[in-house]
Ligand binder design. Structure first.
Ligand code: PEP
Ligand code: MN
Length: 337
């Protein structure tokens, strides 16, 4: 529920309400607005016990949050969340583009792709060091060595780094090297991993699970926020449907739906959604037109030799063309790229 404080409520009154709520077993999240302060009170069906709160000094009223997710919901926070990573923002007017190889393979591969995606306008470099593959016999990633390469290339180019973490035991290690922790589609309902990333100091990119509903996805985000990390970026990457012509089916609907339900930024990964580099540009454009806050795109200097996801990876020149092609689309929806 949301406790709405009267305009001009004092800090002392706000603290007294928080204290009372905490004694009743709620977690409290005060949100200081320009005119009013509201306190998000998250607890499990303890609403009844909170009835006396409405009579406390400085309280205007109490509004229940109807959705099952609370901290993620626009009912609690109406203003869009903008995540700032040393001047690179996600969720603001400027579109955030993350690009790079599916997997980190070598320093040469990573540096080459980083320089090219930066030239084309990307601000964030992606690359997997831990690769959750469908087959245990496929390349599993360079692990810590890959993290080190990412951090070095990030430092040299000024690009921010996003990379996947697949195990609770690695969250701290990955946080030392990455600017954004990626939770992959296959891990979206790994609740221990979500909570662990919720305790991390880095923003989290949460991909939608292969068969997850929007509500399940937002509930997964709620795990991260409720563990203390407010900086979550949602990533639609296609869901599994009866269609086999593409690797997955991009749920374009998810963009306006999530925008209406949640204040969190949402980006789209057209590479995993289509599974084929030839369709990436069209789907990237459609995503921006539909209101996405950015894109995650796989780019490889030589897709035919890529150790994973070569067929969906763009060559750097194609990525550069795509970035140019996005400009008029971005302009049409009042965004900059
Ligand atoms: C990836 O980004 O390389 C990846 C494994 O994506 P997803 O979790 O969406 O399949
Ligand atoms: Mn991939």
């Amino acid at each position: 529920m949301i406790i709405v404080m009267k305009p001009g409520a004092t800090q002392k009154q706000i603290e007294a309400v928080e204290k009372q709520l905490q004694e009743l077993g709620f977690h409290t999240h005060p949100i200081y607005g320009e005119v009013k302060t509201v306190i998000g009170a998250i607890g499990d069906k303890r609403m009844v016990k909170a009835n006396n709160i409405v009579h406390m000094d400085g309280v205007e009223n109490i509004v229940p949050i109807m959705s099952p997710y609370k901290l993620v919901s626009r009912e609690l926070i109406n203003e869009n969340t903008i995540i700032d990573i040393d001047g690179v923002s996600i969720g603001g007017n400027e579109l955030a583009v993350m690009a790079g190889p599916c997997a980190v393979e070598s320093e040469k591969q990573l540096m080459e792709v980083a320089i090219k995606v930066k030239e084309a306008g990307a601000k964030i470099l992606r690359g997997g060091a831990y690769k959750p593959r469908t087959s245990p016999y496929s390349f599993q990633g360079l692990e810590e060595e890959g993290l080190k390469l990412l951090a070095n290339v990030g430092k040299e180019t000024g690009l921010k780094i996003v990379t996947e973490v697949v195990d609770t035991r690695d969250v701290e290690l990955v946080s030392q090297y990455a600017d954004i922790l990626q939770i992959g589609a296959r891990s979206m309902q790994n609740f221990r991993l979500l909570s662990e990333c919720g305790k991390a100091s880095k923003p989290v990119l949460l991909k939608r699970g292969l068969s997850a509903t929007i509500e399940e996805w937002l509930m997964a985000a709620e795990y991260i926020l409720s563990a203390g990390n407010p900086n979550v970026i949602l990533c639609e990457r296609g869901i599994r449907t009866f269609e086999t012509a593409t690797r997955n089916t991009l749920d374009i609907n998810a963009i306006p739906v999530v925008k209406e339900l949640s204040h969190l930024p949402i980006i789209v990964d057209p590479s995993h959604a289509t599974g084929n580099w030839r369709w990436v540009e069209a789907v990237a454009k459609a995503s921006i037109a539909a209101g996405a806050d950015g894109l995650m795109i796989e780019v490889h200097p030589d897709p035919s030799s890529a150790s994973s996801d070569g067929p969906q990876s763009l060559k750097p020149e194609k990525f550069s063309d795509l970035m140019m092609g996005l400009k008029p689309i971005a302009q049409a929806v009042n965004r900059v790229i």
